[in-house]
Design a protein around this ligand. Structure first.
Ligand code: AMP
Length: 142
């Protein structure tokens, strides 16, 4: 198992592919998932080139998960969610499709089921609005 630097999230990190950015610092980048399984579904990826949970250095994982909590709290507040589902898939057998480590943050509401995997691409205007709301909460905290 090795890290393939041509994966799509590496290209987003390099700025070669656009994203609806939610948060960025020295350790992570966070952006909206373009095929959201719940309203506000977003991703957090480390900047370090890790394939998944199984090869990242523990200190880099710790830095990443601290940001996951920060962004999950902001997403919950910004979108008025009642809960959060956190998902992480490692290796194809574990459900991973993009081979740069990422955590899914899925805002949740009572009685609202997650969409099935591979829903249609979301409206970019909606993704941009959701990202702006979450960024506003995060910026209000800094
Ligand atoms: P998985 O590797 O199974 O955790 O799934 C990869 C996730 O990345 C899926 O939820 C996709 O919708 C999402 N995804 C793929 N390409 C992009 C992209 N260009 N921008 C944002 N999300 C993406």
């Amino acid at each position: 198992m090795h890290y393939d630097p041509n994966n799509i999230f590496a290209k987003i990190l390099e700025g070669k592919i656009p994203c609806h950015k939610v948060y960025e610092d020295d350790a992570v980048l966070s952006f909206m998932d373009i095929m959201p399984r719940s309203p506000g579904h977003l991703l957090v990826i480390p900047k370090t080139p890790a394939r998944n949970l199984l090869d990242i250095a523990p200190d880099d994982l710790a830095a990443t998960i601290r940001r996951v909590q920060l962004i999950a709290l902001a997403a919950k507040k910004a979108l008025g969610a009642e809960g959060i589902t956190l998902q992480q898939f490692s290796e194809a057998a574990g459900g991973q499709e993009v081979f740069h480590l990422h955590f899914h943050i899925l805002p949740r509401w009572e009685g609202v089921r997650l969409a099935a995997p591979h829903p249609p691409q979301a409206d970019h205007k909606v993704l941009a609005e959701q990202a702006a709301k979450i960024r506003a909460v995060l910026e209000g905290q800094s």
